[in-house]
Design a protein around this ligand. Structure first.
Ligand code: NAG
Length: 249
């Protein structure tokens, strides 16, 4: 019997490694989050469900529910650097300075840096650098080559969104990726909808919004998982950053 049990265990492990579609990071669930689950699955995790983050996307437009930024569940920085966030460790002092000067937990800046650039300081594009933030957010509104300036600019932008949306993590982190709600003038003045990123207007506005952004951040990087690597199954929209082949985003 023991022998069979061992074989079953090995078999179960192989199946799990091959097709793992959920992981329990062992940190409990956020009591304030709707649809929260201990296991991270494609569409849920400790900080709530993707359907909840994305409220309104499949209807009249994004209408973000409230999730307190201050009490978000997340792993700590050393644990992040020891795993999915290893490429961010060399920039730790920048996250600390940028976070301290904007009243933001530096760990959250590291999560955003992984989501935005995989912590590549030389990442290009219209919103360059680690934090992929517009030059408007630099101290004098002009991009510089300083990595610290880039992190400060990202922290500055995130702070402005938190202030605008009453410390709502869902609204502020979504807007970091260009998500918008009713009244912005875009999409016939509706909020972001799931057909917007690949609409003519959405595509003419540049890089489409990633409709998995909130799920990948809040339940991916925040829990120490890697939505760009081993846990690429995180997210239900399967955004590829391109609208080909009927993709939504
Ligand atoms: C967010 O959480 C903090 C810390 O518990 C609390 O002081 C604050 O009032 C909360 N904010 C809102 C808007 O609920």
């Amino acid at each position: 019997m023991a022998q069979y049990a061992t074989h079953y265990l090995i078999l179960a492990t192989i199946i799990r490694l091959a097709g793992a579609q959920s992981v329990d990071p062992g940190i409990g669930i956020n009591p304030e989050a709707q649809g929260a689950t201990e296991d991270v699955t494609p569409g849920a995790g400790p900080n709530g469900s993707e359907d909840w983050f994305n409220t309104g996307l499949d209807g009249d437009g994004w209408n973000p529910p409230f999730l307190n930024f201050t009490t978000l569940y997340h792993i700590n920085r050393p644990a992040f650097y020891a795993g999915a966030g290893s490429s961010c460790e060399q920039y730790d002092s920048y996250f600390q300075i940028g976070g301290d000067s904007h009243g933001i937990d530096p760990t959250i800046l590291a999560f955003i840096a992984m989501q935005e650039s995989s912590c590549q300081a030389d990442a290009g594009g219209p919103t360059p650098g680690l934090m992929q933030v517009s030059c408007d957010n630099y101290p004098n509104g002009v991009c510089t080559d300083s990595i610290q300036d880039n992190v400060n600019a990202g922290a500055n932008y995130l702070r402005s969104q938190l202030d605008q949306y009453g410390n709502n993590a869902i609204a502020a982190i979504g807007s970091y990726n260009g998500w918008f709600m009713a009244g912005s003038g875009l999409n016939s003045n509706k909020g972001l909808t799931d057909d917007y990123p690949c609409s003519a207007e959405g595509q003419s506005n540049g890089e489409p919004q990633n409709l998995d952004y909130l799920q990948q951040t809040l339940n991916g990087w925040f829990t120490g998982l890697n939505p760009y690597g081993d846990q690429s199954w995180i997210g239900t929209y399967r955004c590829q950053g391109s609208c080909s082949n009927g993709a939504l985003c």
